[in-house]
Write a protein that binds this ligand. Structure first.
Ligand code: GYE
Length: 344
């Protein structure tokens, strides 16, 4: 399959800049508190310990901001925030600290699905309710109150179906299609769901060939590194599937450094996940073909759940948040204006 090869140099320059500065605010690694800080805070607030995965991506930073915005003293909360810097051992430590400090609730975004049974049993024994967010933990249901997040599997299926329709629309449905695939952190729900979802569509198409599939840990630097290797090995890549926007930004850098182009008018089509603001700009300027949204705004949903639990109300065990997708057939400028409000 050969896609249109025209480039608009000006637009590419702008989108590179946008891709490169995909930052939506920095967050301190931790807001460690002592047990006495916590018992003082408990007199007038609901104390919430939040173990976040890290700050590896724009999605993550926007996600953290959504918690910080709502878990304020003004709203009756006291937040103890811990950034695990993408290490499960740090999350285990953080949760054990929350238990020692005697927080009222624990919010945990588990980096991978396995390895949580023991620490969550400890939280249960201490009588501290746990809310799982974003990624899932493979534990029995009595170890947490509820899980809030995205349907990653559906995101993967939708991405595959989008590619199906796109190939039909450009008259390439029955041609050979060479795909390379950047994966997120192995064993994380986002990786598992998106990979499995996409693969369901992939196996219906014997002319879709996955040349390579590798982990790039959801980061821009790794995305660039792994894509650079793919480009050295394979001369005829038609499509890149990349499990988050930051890896896609890195891949765009690699593609351009190799003298190639991407997006609907380029050599390589790019399908990305997350839909953070810089990704929508990259889509608008023509370097991505489609982006499957993953809702970052979990903070307010978690706050609502905790308020309900605190009043003795029941909550749903599984709470999916809404999400959509974006491509060039849409009024992206208007969508970007709307989305900007989310991040202010
Ligand atoms: O896609 C990625 C982040 O778990 C949904 O983690 C999240 C993923 C998101 O680092 O950008």
């Amino acid at each position: 399959m050969k896609l249109f090869k025209k480039i608009c140099a000006g637009l590419i320059g702008i989108s590179l800049i946008l891709a490169g500065c995909g930052k939506q605010g920095n967050t301190p690694a931790s807001s460690a508190k002592t047990g006495s800080d916590v018992s003082e805070a408990k007199k007038s607030n609901i104390v919430v310990g939040f173990s976040q995965v890290g700050s590896e991506s724009d999605w993550r930073r926007a996600n953290t901001a959504s918690y910080r915005k709502v878990f304020t003293e003004e709203n009756g909360f006291y937040l103890v925030y811990e950034d695990a810097q993408q290490k499960q051992e740090n999350q285990l430590k953080a949760v054990r600290n929350f238990i020692l400090q005697g927080v009222d609730y624990i919010i945990l975004d588990p980096i991978v699905e396995t390895g949580w049974e023991e620490v969550l049993t400890e939280a249960k024994k201490a009588g501290i309710p746990v809310i799982l967010v974003d990624r899932k933990a493979a534990v029995s249901e009595d170890l947490y109150e509820c899980w809030i997040g995205s349907d990653f599997h559906k995101e993967g299926v939708s991405a595959g179906e989008w590619l199906e329709k796109y190939l039909e629309s450009v008259g390439k449905a029955s041609e050979d299609v060479n795909i390379v695939y950047l994966q997120g952190t192995p064993g994380s729900s986002a990786q598992i769901g998106r990979t499995q979802g996409f693969d369901e569509v992939l196996k219906k198409h014997s002319n879709w060939h996955v040349l390579a599939r590798e982990n790039a840990d959801f980061t821009q630097a790794k995305g660039k590194e792994v894509m650079t290797e793919f480009l050295k090995k394979y001369q005829d890549i038609d499509v890149l599937i990349s499990e988050n926007d930051n890896m896609s930004f890195g891949a765009v850098e690699a593609i351009k450094a190799a003298g190639l182009t991407c997006g609907p008018r380029g050599d390589i089509s790019i399908i990305s996940f997350d839909g953070v603001l810089p990704a929508l700009n990259t889509l608008l300027y023509g370097d991505f073909n489609a982006v499957f949204e993953c809702n970052t705004q979990l903070g307010p949903v978690a706050a609502d759940v905790i308020r309900k639990l605190n009043e003795g109300q029941k909550v749903e065990k599984t709470i999916y948040v809404e999400e959509t997708y974006f491509d060039n057939s849409m009024d992206l400028a208007a969508i970007i204006q709307e989305r900007k409000k989310l991040y202010n």
